[in-house]
Every structure is written in structure tokens, then in C-alpha cells.
Ligand binder design. Structure first.
Ligand code: CDP
Ligand code: MG
Length: 678
């Protein structure tokens, strides 16, 4: 008998091969149960395989059954931006809206990109953004239902969100919380919501609080194969496996999991090189990348069906594990690793470590092969290595820089963060480091209270604390318009320069053309100013100068939003404030004022160049490598402050550097440099 899932129905020419009537999804059978539970209990935990319809269907069920009829909104949070945007588009389409109507009844909201309107009833958003909304709407009164999707991923913001929703439920028993989870964490989430000093949430006892609903998916068997001997180079082994599948296995697309963009591009190059070996007559391979940094259009390719006689090979990061659904996958190749952030609180360095995946992740990955028919999963590790994997992924809250989130919690009135009701409490070292950072920036006082106005204002800006502080200080250095531009350019995270058609030389030349001797911040400022003076809309000019047109358009929008934020705080773009050094500052040129202002936010990110061109921390204990994107990759400097520090592949890189004077560090951060030494 044919599985219902195998039936492909073409509807009104919309993505003919992809469009599947939602009624056939596994979740359809549970619609009534789900709506009953949501009606009856404050908390519903929903468990189901990827692709069963949780993300796209639940908000539509709620919408149709009246949860938005009084003007309330159903919110669905996602840990990843790409999931929020792509799912919103999908749901709008299913509800019969044209692509241009996204942002009306169905919309999405991610940092610096709000595609919603007064009409919006279903809103997809990142978990971090919903946290931000609590600053203006602490009880989230606009929402009748909040679905925390992919909660088992344990992203920092979704963990915090669950804690805060638990608090909100006490004041708003009519609010409905739906948590979507993998099996392994479901009971933990329900127990968390139920745990309370008096055993009550919203006046209900534990038993009345919520239910777990499990969707029985129609998953097909997946044949799992392991390596007999471990591989030393999983990218190469992965490429070979792709080629083997292509030459020996039946039709069906391939999904290959690697850890990051470089590996993905490397694998795609290798696959492209070897396709020719198959000769012109045979079926061809179409390798496609999928990672968070791709722009929306590029991401869209992976969802489109492959052309005739073509097998898609989607080479993806962890994104494809659960966040997005790609149909037609019959073969999964799992390298067994994932890139995870890991913050070192003693050095203040963020590491991007390649770590073994958890068993839960490996199982999810394999499951992607059995969505529409029996599939195969090739694990590029041995069976005994699998047995040694940890059960679940280590929560992000236990391995992140907590300064931004603590600042937000404090602004929400949570004064004692140590006693906050965390789902998994972070190690105290991380909490202490975060408090130290906030204290040195002047956001909290010696009694760990948020300062006014600086601390509260920093919390209200959608920027990391160091950058927020810098921007708020800019009027004292008479450089707010410039700092607004710099802050906007910083949010683009290194996507400003691009080499069109892979022409690296031209990109380097363009970089030199815009370079400002004092550093990367003023260089980026220079790029933005040139872009504006060339009439803003000039994509051709961007191409000629190896600049990313879309990124610059984005910077314009971010700048406008930041300016509006400041205006709401009563700070106009033209504002200048007289600090104690006002007279001294008046005699300085703009670039020096900008550099000094940057020092007031980034003093903790100081470094000094050594004779070999690498940098070292003030204490001299860590060697820092200049990121190739910096103008100091080729030039000399003495002391600098940097925007970002990240360790990858055993090297610690710093990026976005600006020269400073050593005296400024003690001038603007006397207590920090007195107690820590130089
Ligand atoms: O959330 P969950 O993983 O349970 O499933 P979903 O994201 O709601 O996806 C349900 C179905 O919608 C998938 O099986 C896909 O066939 C389809 N879908 C799609 O084709 N394109 C998207 N962007 C999202 C979903
Ligand atoms: Mg989903």
C-alpha cells in the first residue's frame, strides 16, 4: 500500500513537487487532541519527528480555532533566523497569500528585520527577539499562545525564555505555552514548568498544568552503516561516500552534514571536480550549500526540486538537522561532528570548537533519510565511537558569554540572577565573569544593581554590551553620526567585502582602496560613506568595488533602526554632550575622537602587536592572530582594541581592529587596568 506521504499533489502551480496538502502530515491526526490540550492546560509539550508538521501546522490550527480572533497573536520562536524566515514564508503560502503579502497576517521578526504589521496574527521570530519584546511588554500580553519551537536544542535564549514564561504564567494563567521538543527532553520541560515552591503554576497543581503529546510519525526504516576504521579526514571520506552513493545507489537526494562553511565549500569544490568523471550521459550531481550565513535567496535553492536527471547533494551544517525540512532526501551522510560555541570565562575568549555530536543529534540526522521512503545513513565513524557519544547536547547557557543576557534579565527587574530559576543553572564562573564585564562597563554598580541611565539604556539597545556602551558614549566625543554607522557596519559581521566571481585579488585591491590607516572601524565607515555618496542604490558600483550590495542596504536599515532606538531614549543623532574632557576633545580630529570613544567600550579587548605581526593580550598570556579581513593583516600597529575574538582550529583570531594609545586604556578604564595589571 502506498504511504499517504508518498502522494505528491500539485496545487495551483505552487512548487508542484514540494507542495503537500497539510492534511496528510502526521500532525493532522492529532489536531483535535492538540487543540483540546491547549484549551484545557497552560502548557503543552509536543514531541514529534522532524517533518511531522509541528512548526507549520500548529500555528494554523490555533489561528483557525479562534486563538487570534480577539486580535491576539500566536508567536512561534525559533533558535535560528533562517528557520523563522523560511517557515513564515511557507505558512503564508499555505494560507493562500502571495509572497509579497508576507508580513500581513503571517509575518516574522528577527533582529533588525521586522516583517510584521498591525494585521499580523501568526508571528515567527527568533527566541532572542521575543526576550527583547519583554522590555516593552513584560507579560507578553499581545500573545495568546507562545510556541517555543526546537526547545530541546537548548539555545541560550530559549532556555531563558522558558524560565520567564513560567513566571508569566503565574500572572497570566490564560496564556498558553506550547513547547516543541525531542522525546528525550519532554518530561524535563514539563517537570520544570511544574516545579515551584508551592507546587502551583497559575493556581493549578502539577497534574492540571500540562500534558505531553506525542506525534506518531510515519517514519521509514533507515539502514545505518558505520565505518570499520575511523577516518582521519572526514571531508574526504564524505566526498568519497557521495560519489559511491551516486554510482551505486538508487535515485534520491543526499544530505551531508559537515561542521561549517569552510568545510562545506571545500566539499562542494571536491564534488564538483569529480562529477566530470561520470561522463556526460549519466545522471549528474548538483551540490548545494546550506549554512546560516547564506542569504535568503541562496538558501532557497535547497528547497527547490532538482532538475531532471539530477541528484541534489545538500551539504549543510547542523541547520538541516531539525530547523528546516528538505524533502526528497534518501541518503544521509553524518560526519559525526558539530561546531559549538564555548566561552572561556577566565580569558574572555569565545571558542568555536568542533565537537562530537550527541546520540540525540546523530539519531535526528539519520532520521532525515527516512522521511518519505526507506533510506540509508552513512555514519563516518565507528559503531563503538557512536556508543561513546554523549546522550544530549550540552546546553548553550552553560558555555556562553552571559553578559548580554544578564543585562537583559536585570532590566526586566530580576535583581538576583544567581537565584534565577534556570532550566539548567550556568556554572558560577560564567555568572561571575558576566557580572565583572558589566561592572567594568559601568552597566551595574558595586552592589550589582543596574545603573541609570547607562545600564538601562545599554539593555535597551539591541547590541552587545561593549558596542552599546560605545554608541551611548558617542555624543560625549561628538561622533554619534559616525558611531551609528560603525555600529551598523559591525552588525554585518564581516560580510561587507565579497570577491565577485572568486576574484580574491580584486577584493584585496578594493579593500586597500577604502583602507584607513587607523583601522578597520574607520575603514568600514569609509565604505559606508562612499556607498551613500554613490547614490545608495548602485549595485553595479558595489560589484566594481567588491562590496556586498545587500549587506550595505542592510546597514542602512540597521542604522536607521539604531537611530530610532536612540531617539526613543531621548538622544538625537546630532546630540553632543559636554563631559569633563569637553574642552580637550574639541581640539581633536574626528578619527581620534572615534578611536577614544571605541576605547571606552572595548578597553577589555586591548592587544599589542609583537614584532612577528601577531598580537598579544595585555598580560602577554595569549597569542592573537589578526583575522585576514583586517587591514592589520599586512600592516604594523602597536596597541589596538578589537571587536571580536574567536578561537578556531587552535588559533585565536581577533577581527575589526583600531589603533589606540596605551594611556587611553588607563584613562577610560582605570579600575579595570589597575586591578588586572597590564
Ligand atoms: O516542524 P516539523 O519538523 O514537525 O515539520 P514542519 O516544518 O511543519 O514541516 C512539515 C512539512 O511541510 C514538511 O514535511 C515539508 O514537506 C513541508 N515544508 C516545506 O515543504 N517547506 C518548508 N519551508 C517547510 C515545510
Ligand atoms: Mg519544526
Amino acid at each position: 500500500m502506498a504511504e499517504k506521504d508518498d502522494i505528491e499533489v500539485s496545487e495551483a502551480g505552487l512548487f508542484p513537487a514540494l507542495y503537500k496538502p497539510p492534511g496528510l502530515l502526521p500532525i493532522a491526526q492529532l489536531k483535535d487532541a492538540l487543540l483540546y490540550t491547549a484549551e484545557t492546560y497552560p502548557v503543552t509539550i509536543i514531541v514529534g519527528e522532524t517533518g511531522s508538521g509541528k512548526t507549520t501546522q500548529i500555528p494554523q490550527f490555533l489561528h483557525k480555532s479562534g486563538w487570534t480572533s480577539d486580535g491576539s497573536v500566536v508567536a512561534v520562536t525559533q533558535p535560528r533566523r533562517i528557520a523563522a524566515t523560511s517557515v513564515a514564508a511557507r505558512v503564508a503560502e499555505e494560507m493562500g497569500f502571495f509572497p509579497g503579502q508576507l508580513g500581513q497576517e503571517v509575518g516574522y521578526s528577527i533582529r533588525f528585520e521586522d516583517v510584521t504589521s498591525a494585521k499580523t496574527q501568526i508571528k515567527f521570530m527568533t527566541d532572542g527577539l521575543l526576550l527583547r519584546e519583554m522590555l516593552v511588554d513584560p507579560l507578553l500580553k499581545r500573545y495568546s499562545v507562545i510556541m517555543v519551537d526546537e526547545a530541546h536544542e537548548r539555545s541560550l535564549s530559549s532556555d531563558i525564555l522558558l524560565s520567564l514564561l513560567k513566571k508569566i504564567l503565574r500572572k497570566r494563567p490564560e496564556l498558553r505555552v506550547i513547547v516543541s521538543s525531542a522525546t528525550i527532553e519532554a518530561q524535563k520541560f514539563l517537570d520544570f514548568f511544574a516545579s515551584d515552591e508551592d507546587g502551583k503554576v497559575g493556581g493549578k497543581t502539577k497534574n492540571e498544568l500540562g500534558r505531553i503529546i506525542t506525534i506518531q510519525g510515519r517514519v521509514h526504516p533507515v539502514d545505518i552503516q558505520y565505518l570499520v576504521e575511523p577516518t582521519a579526514d572526514y571531508v574526504e571520506t564524505a566526498v568519497q561516500t557521495v560519489m559511491d552513493i551516486h554510482s551505486t545507489e538508487d535515485k534520491g537526494d543526499i544530505l551531508l552534514f559537515l561542521t561549517g562553511r569552510e568545510e562545506i565549500n571545500d566539499a562542494i569544490d571536491k564534488i564538483t571536480d569529480r562529477i566530470v568523471d561520470f561522463g556526460p550521459s549519466s545522471q549528474t550531481l548538483q551540490p548545494l550549500p546550506l549554512y546560516a550565513g547564506l542569504d535568503t535567496e541562496q538558501q532557497q535553492f535547497v528547497f527547490e526540486p532538482a532538475p531532471e536527471n539530477t541528484r541534489k547533494v545538500i551539504v549543510s551544517t547542523n541547520i538541516a538537522e531539525a530547523s528546516v525540512t528538505i524533502d526528497g532526501i534518501a541518503y544521509v551522510i553524518d560526519c559525526g561532528f558539530v561546531k559549538l560555541r564555548n566561552y572561556d570565562p577566565s580569558l574572555g575568549i569565545e571558542r568555536l570548537n568542533v565537537c562530537p555530536v550527541s546520540k540525540a543529534s546523530a539519531t535526528q540526522r539519520a532520521g532525515r533519510a527516512g522521511r518519505t521512503r526507506p533510506g540509508k545513513c552513512f555514519r563516518l565513524y565507528t559503531e563503538s565511537a557512536f556508543a561513546d557519544l554523549p546522550e544530549t547536547t550540552f546546553p548553550e547557557i552553560q558555555r556562553s558569554d552571559l553578559a548580554p543576557v544578564i543585562l537583559q534579565l536585570m532590566n526586566l527587574g530580576i535583581t538576583n540572577v544567581v537565584r534565577f530559576d534556570f532550566l539548567s543553572p550556568p556554572p558560577s564562573k560564567l555568572l561571575i565573569r558576566a557580572m565583572d564585564t558589566l561592572h567594568s562597563l559601568g552597566a551595574i554598580d558595586e552592589y550589582a544593581r543596574l545603573t541609570r541611565p547607562l545600564g538601562t539604556r545599554m539593555a535597551e539597545l539591541p547590541l552587545e554590551p561593549m558596542l552599546a556602551k560605545t554608541l551611548l558614549n558617542a555624543p560625549y566625543f561628538a561622533c554619534l553620526p559616525e558611531m551609528l554607522t560603525i555600529a551598523s557596519m559591525m552588525t554585518l559581521q564581516g560580510t561587507v567585502f565579497v570577491s565577485h566571481d572568486g576574484n580574491k585579488k580584486q577584493e584585496d585591491k578594493a579593500k586597500r582602496r577604502f583602507a584607513v590607516a587607523e583601522g578597520d572601524h574607520m575603514t568600514l565607515y569609509n565604505v559606508y560613506e562612499s556607498f551613500i555618496s554613490h547614490g545608495k542604490k548602485d549595485a553595479q558600483w558595489c560589484r566594481e568595488n567588491s562590496l556586498n550590495f545587500k549587506a550595505l542596504v542592510k546597514a542602512m536599515s540597521v542604522r536607521k533602526q539604531l537611530r530610532n532606538h536612540l531617539e526613543r531614549l531621548g538622544i538625537a543623532e546630532t546630540a553632543t554632550f559636554d563631559g569633563p574632557d569637553a574642552a580637550k576633545l574639541r581640539g581633536m580630529n574626528l578619527v581620534e575622537r572615534v578611536r577614544r570613544c571605541l576605547t571606552t567600550g572595548f578597553f577589555a579587548h586591548a592587544a599589542r602587536m609583537k614584532s612577528d605581526g601577531t598580537f598579544t593580550t595585555p598580560k602577554g598570556d595569549v597569542t592573537l592572530w589578526v583575522h585576514p579581513s583586517s587591514i592589520f593583516f599586512h600592516r604594523k600597529a602597536d596597541w589596538v582594541i578589537y571587536h571580536e575574538i574567536m578561537e578556531t582550529r587552535d588559533k585565536t583570531y581577533i577581527r575589526d581592529l583600531t589603533t589606540v594609545e596605551i594611556d587611553w586604556l588607563t584613562e577610560y578604564a582605570p579600575s579595570y587596568y589597575r586591578t588586572k595589571g597590564k
